[in-house]
Each structure stands twice: as C-alpha cells, then as structure tokens.
Design a protein around this ligand. Structure first.
Ligand SMILES: Nc1ncnc2c1ncn2[C@@H]1O[C@H](COP(=O)(O)OP(=O)(O)OP(=O)(O)O)[C@@H](O)[C@H]1O
Length: 259
C-alpha cells in the first residue's frame, strides 16, 4: 500500500484559557490521507479545522499523538530541520489582504520562500513563470499588492506558495474572501494547477461546492473529533454521521463550474 500523505494517530490539541481552564480543539484524531487524493476538511465553526491545518503545517505541536508526512514524523523544529517539509508543503491563507506584505513588490513576495528555503536558480525567471501559471501578466512583478483586485492577490498568494515546487498545497478557506464569479475562476485555476503540477490539495472550506468540485475525500470534524472520513461522493450522498447530515442539510450547495 502507498505511504499516506499525512497520517495522524491520537492527535490531541488544547489551548489554555483564563484561570487555567483548557479548551480542547482536537481530541484523539486518527486519520490516514491517501497520497494520491485531494482532501477536504469540513465542520461547523469551532470544530477544529484550522487547528488541524496548523498542525499539518507544523506551525503548532500536538499536545499528544503523532503526525507523519509521507512516512516521516513532523513536529515544529528549528527552521533548518524542517526545510525539506516546507519545500513540500505550502500554505494559501484565507485573505490575501493580510497574507501579502503590502510593502513588498509581487516579485519579492514570490521570491521570499525561495530565499527563506535557500533554493538556488534563476529567481526572476521563476517569478515570470509562476505569474503566467496563475494567469497574471509578468509585468505584475514590479507592483505592490494594493494595485490588484482580491482575486488577483489570491493568484499572487498561490504563485508564492508554488515557488518552492511543493507537492502539497494546504488552504484554509482560500476562496472564501472572493466574490462568486472570482471564486469559480480561482477554483478552476487550483484544479488545473493540481493536475499540471502533480499537487495534492488539502482544503478547509465551509463551501461544500468547493469540496465537491476539488476534493476526492472529505474529513468531517465535529467538536474536535473526526465524525466521518470517506470519499466526497459517499459522504455527500450517504452521510453516515449526524454531523455530516447536519452540515449537508444546512449548507445550500453553491453552483460551481463543472458540478
Ligand atoms: N489560539 C487559540 N487560543 C484559544 N482557543 C483557540 C485557539 N485556536 C482555536 N481555539 C479554540 O479551539 C476550537 C477550535 O477552533 P478552530 O479555529 O480550529 O475551529 P474551526 O473549525 O477552524 O472554526 P472556524 O470555522 O470558525 O474557523 C475553538 O473552540 C476555538 O475557540
């Protein structure tokens, strides 16, 4: 059997609140994500989705349990020790207005991970190639984020994430700040990039249409636990958990291209 993309065993994460109280964000998560499939993560607000993504990105440590990426255990560590992982797994945040530094040019933004990860090569050529890949003119390189629309800024954020040639793109609601028309365009772009660059997507989305269109499997979180995991087809058509049924009945599916 193929080594899973991510594998989690007994992952527990809690946050300290005032007066020593603890808030449990994730409780005993066991999950094995097949290496060749795109994963959607859904759940009600507060279910633990963003916490799970921060753990998958090795930005936080689980209080107990273990996480492996392609068979290698990951945990936050010195930047140098995690450089291999940062090259492989990149992140696209929800809101490019806050994730892109307004003082940097687009070229510097896209080059930043190449510098941080000490990736050699012709960075200027790479910036041009990436801008073209995300549907922007190469002239965008010299401008700052304020010169662009929300959809264009999210394209810049995707170009930055692609710079180290990752094999996995992790997105926390990467399309939710966009209007419906732009959302469909970016959804198609992600679909195309995943296919042409052999990328696996791991996406948190409240929009089940996005998960239906882009993902093969879906993990349903409820109150910090894994309520259900299965193919999108099975979970969306015949949900086995109360949490899945509730999400599916509460969320009208947005019309998305190809669905
Ligand atoms: N840094 C933090 N400090 C304290 N509590 C936190 C922190 N991050 C998350 N939590 C709590 O952990 C639980 C899970 O939060 P998380 O943000 O992972 O949920 P979510 O499913 O992503 O929610 P949403 O859809 O609203 O973004 C919530 O009760 C939240 O209040």
């Amino acid at each position: 059997m193929n080594t899973p993309l991510f594998e989690l065993q007994g992952v527990h994460r809690q946050y300290r609140m005032h007066r020593g109280q603890a808030r449990i964000a994730l409780h005993g998560i066991d999950l094995s994500m097949p290496a060749d499939r795109h994963l959607g993560i859904i759940g009600e607000s507060g279910a633990g989705k963003s916490t799970l993504l921060r753990l998958l990105l090795a930005l936080e440590t689980a209080d107990s349990g273990q996480i492996w990426f392609r068979g290698k255990e990951i945990a936050p560590a010195a930047a140098r020790e995690l450089a291999w992982f940062r090259r492989e797994v990149q992140h696209v945040a929800q809101d490019p207005a806050s994730s892109l530094n307004p003082r940097m040019t687009v070229a510097d933004i896209i080059r930043e991970p190449l510098h941080c990860l000490r990736i050699a090569g012709n960075h200027a050529a790479r910036v041009t190639e990436l801008l073209t890949a995300v549907g922007l003119d190469s002239g965008a390189a010299k401008h700052k984020p304020a010169a662009f629309s929300g959809g264009q800024r999210q394209r810049i954020a995707i170009a930055r994430a692609l710079a180290p040639e990752p094999s996995v793109l992790i997105g926390d609601e990467p399309l939710s700040s966009l209007d419906p028309h732009t959302k469909v365009q970016l959804l198609e772009l992600l679909d195309e990039l995943a296919a042409t660059r052999n990328l696996r997507l791991v996406l948190v989305s409240h929009d089940l249409g996005v998960v239906e269109r882009l993902c093969d499997d879906v993990a349903v979180l409820a109150e910090g636990q894994l309520a259900e995991f299965g193919t999108v087809d099975t979970v969306f058509r015949t949900p086995a958990s109360a949490a899945s049924r509730q999400l599916l009945s509460a969320a009208p599916r947005l019309p998305v291209a190809g669905s």
